[in-house]
Design a protein around this ligand. Structure first.
Ligand code: NAD
Length: 479
């Protein structure tokens, strides 16, 4: 371990879930590690955790939970024999709870840095030649050096010229997480993960929500049967989702947002109180390194890396949203661990084929591996088994029985190729599929495993049995 105050074994740039995990793992492995981050909270205090903890995964999940509890008390508790009178909610209390959870978790990373002896440096990092990193925080500047640099600068919401962001009318996901009142009518551009999750929060709290999605298919990266089933549930909840609808312009007029969009060959108008732009995110690669350092980008503007997250510059790595692959916190974290292990000469790989995806709507959507449409397109023979939560005793008892588990297994070897779930606790259930697939399980392996009764997991078991048409709690498919 090096001990010079300005020289480190590793400098990690960015303290999101990719960067902070990389820094902690480097320190655990005995490397003298600094992590540089410039995120400041509303009180201008440094806040670790990046987008995920400050304005992404965690705050959105807290608001999704609060709004879902309200929706349940309004719509579902009666069926359990529980009656409320005068149900109401307080957006500022929900926001305060969210902010408290965020500050507890970001503070938790600060503690972990201390406990692991990671040096936390506040400011914006800029890579100069010979592994020098200049850090600027207001008027203060310092330069540090390291054998290894890990770029984990994350991503930012894509802005579109047809809907330029304004202070509080046309907003991105961060703005939509901070509304202090429930808008009467909200427009959402993009029926991706963010559009669906934030649209759900405000719909449950009473907003009328119209989602405009440019593509013809709904959630094209998900298994299309599962996506279509989810779309039916969302429409039933009152999310007004329009496919093949491309935004042409959005303008704030007299306190409202006036939209023009095209669907088919027709132009349409829509007036909303707030517009959420959720059309994707782009990697943060600007002003991160000096021209002479020459870190190469790929054709899509991400930092070009190999399977091991090495860039073209020796000793410089890049991980998380700033490199190829899905923009998911857990993918970035695993890359961070892999790079830390590589630096100390150990072998570790990320299995890019088995990254679980989750959409935290209600019901949740989760999947891992290949979709049915991907298998068809690549000509791989498969058998499919599906089990509806409507036939699950536990799901019925929970009053949460909408959804399906679907398993796809290789027609010759029976190896599980993909698992797709829409339904209660899909985000938790999918972990079983990831473990099974990591261990190269067949659908028969899952079918031969005992699952606790009554549990939601039994739906995974029954879907595995259904691959060979042997599910117990649904009628056999006609042969
Ligand atoms: P996304 O790429 O998932 O969805 C954006 C959608 O906007 C696409 O369907 C696209 O077709 C549509 N679109 C683009 N331009 C449009 C236009 N002009 N008019 C209408 N529709 C348009 O992006 P996102 O939802 O912004 O999320 C960004 C990233 O963050 C994603 O990679 C996502 O995986 C990640 N994320 C993940 C989670 C999670 O894991 N639960 C939550 C939030 C974000």
């Amino acid at each position: 371990m090096t001990t010079n105050n300005n020289h480190f074994d590793v400098i990690v740039i960015g303290a999101g879930p990719a960067g902070y995990v990389a820094a902690i793992r480097c320190a655990q492995l005995g490397l003298n590690t600094a992590c540089v981050d410039d995120w400041k909270d509303d009180d201008n205090k440094p806040s670790l955790g990046g987008t995920c903890l400050n304005v992404g995964c965690i705050p959105s999940k807290t608001l999704l939970e609060s709004s879902e509890k309200y929706a349940q008390s309004l719509n579902d508790f009666k069926a359990h024999g529980i009656n409320f009178e005068n149900i109401s909610f307080d957006v500022s209390a929900m926001q305060a709870r969210k902010n408290k959870i965020v500050s507890e978790l970001t503070g938790g990373i600060k503690q972990l840095f201390k406990a692991n002896k990671v040096t936390h440096l506040v400011g914006r990092a800029f890579i100069k030649p010979d592994h020098h990193v200049e850090i600027t925080d207001g008027d203060e500047k310092q330069t540090i050096t390291a054998e290894n640099i890990i770029i984990a600068t994350g991503s930012s919401s894509v802005e579109i010229s047809s809907a330029p962001l304004t202070d509080n009318k046309i907003v991105d996901s961060s703005g939509a997480l901070a509304f202090d009142q429930v808008p009467e009518k909200i427009g959402v551009i993009g029926a991706g993960v963010i559009g669906l999750e934030l649209g759900s929060v405000w719909r449950r709290l009473g907003s009328e929500v119209v989602v405009l999605e440019a593509q013809d298919a709904f959630l094209p990266i998900a298994d299309q049967k599962i996506a279509k089933e989810a779309l039916r549930y969302f429409k039933k909840q009152g999310l007004d989702i329009w496919l093949s609808a491309r935004l042409l312009s959005a303008e704030v007029k007299k306190g409202k947002v006036e939209l023009n969009y095209q669907q088919g060959d027709k132009d349409h108008q829509l007036t909303v109180d707030k517009l959420i732009v959720a059309v994707g995110r782009s990697p943060n690669v600007k002003q991160v390194w000096d021209e002479s350092v020459d870190v190469l980008l790929d054709e899509r503007g991400f930092i070009n890396v190999n399977e091991q997250c090495e860039t073209n510059v020796p000793g410089v790595y890049a991980i998380g949203d700033v490199v190829r692959g899905p923009m998911l916190a857990h993918k970035g974290s695993e890359e961070g661990v892999m790079v830390a292990e590589l630096i100390v000469g150990r072998q570790k790989e990320v299995n890019y084929d088995l990254i679980p995806s989750v959409v935290y709507t209600h019901p949740e959507i989760a999947w891992v591996g290949k979709t049915e449409q991907e298998l068809k397109a690549s000509g791989i023979g498969y058998n499919a088994g599906a089990f509806p939560f409507a036939a699950s005793g536990r799901a019925k008892a929970l009053g949460d029985a909408a959804g399906t588990v679907k398993i796809l297994a290789d027609a010759e070897t029976d190896r599980i190729l993909g698992v797709h779930i829409v339904g209660p606790q899909a985000s938790e259930l999918i972990a079983q599929a990831v473990i099974a697939m990591e261990l190269s399980a067949s659908s028969e392996d899952l079918a031969l495993t005992m699952f606790a009764h009554p549990s939601l997991s039994e739906a995974v078991h029954e879907a595995a049995l259904a691959v060979s048409n042997e599910a117990i709690h649904i009628p056999p498919r006609r042969r």
